[in-house]
Design a protein around this ligand. Structure first.
Ligand code: G3P
Length: 216
């Protein structure tokens, strides 16, 4: 399973990248706004900086909602760097645009996916990635990890090549469960990634080893 970091914060991207296990980055308009990035030029420059830090797929989300504008915006985003993946919302014009990008060799990430039916549409349109929002599904009283397992089963049975990118990850346990359920990628904030490191027995064991090492 690939690890992406879900943030537009450059310090966090660098920290995750330095761990040596980072395969890419996902962003969205909320994450960009959180970093105070404003205006088309600043947005493009920020994506370019992220691409210079991480050698992997970098999702940049369109904010247009009609076919023509999504395609125009996506083309501009894709021109920033060869590693840019155009992130497109799961709406009717979005599906049309996904197909256009597929036919024109531009990688895509279909976002805001909350059902297996939406995931089938994204795969039919040739999306490179499909992003089911695990945490938000849990918030709505259903099990997000179950959706990952369902999509993984459907994609396997049908031979779809779209990669399942588990998004809206809230905990280290989410990452483990998504890996178990068949996600191809997990995109997470830095905290759950670092959470995977934690185990009290590791800390206790290391303290004992270091103490005994003084006797050597
Ligand atoms: O990748 C999608 C993600 O950014 C949404 O996460 O925590 O806002 O549901 P969250």
């Amino acid at each position: 399973m690939k690890f992406f970091i879900d943030t537009a914060n450059l310090d966090q991207i660098r920290e995750a990248n330095e761990l040596g296990i980072l395969d890419g980055v996902t962003t969205n308009p909320s994450l960009m706004a959180k970093e105070g990035i404003k205006g088309a030029e600043a947005i493009a420059a920020h994506y370019k900086t992220i691409c210079d830090i991480v050698d992997g797929d970098i999702s940049a989300e369109v904010i247009s909602t009609d076919f023509k504008s999504i395609v125009e915006e996506g083309k501009k985003l894709a021109a920033i760097h060869p590693n840019i993946v155009v992130k497109v919302p799961m709406i009717k014009d979005g599906v049309k645009a996904l197909k256009w990008f597929t036919d024109n060799g531009i990688k895509t990430n279909c976002t805001l996916v909350f059902s297996a039916g939406q995931a089938i549409l994204a795969a039919k349109a040739g999306a490179t990635y499909v992003s089911p929002f695990i945490g938000r599904i849990d918030d709505s009283n259903w099990d997000g990890v179950e959706l990952i397992a369902q999509i993984a089963h459907i994609y396997q049975v049908q031979g779809f090549e779209t990669e399942i990118l588990a998004a809206s990850i809230r905990s280290a346990l989410h990452i483990v469960k998504c890996a178990e359920a068949g996600a191809d990628v997990c995109t997470c904030p830095l905290e759950p990634i670092l959470g995977l490191l934690k185990h009290p027995l590791t800390d206790i064991g290391l303290a004992k080893f270091l103490e005994d090492a003084k006797k050597l």
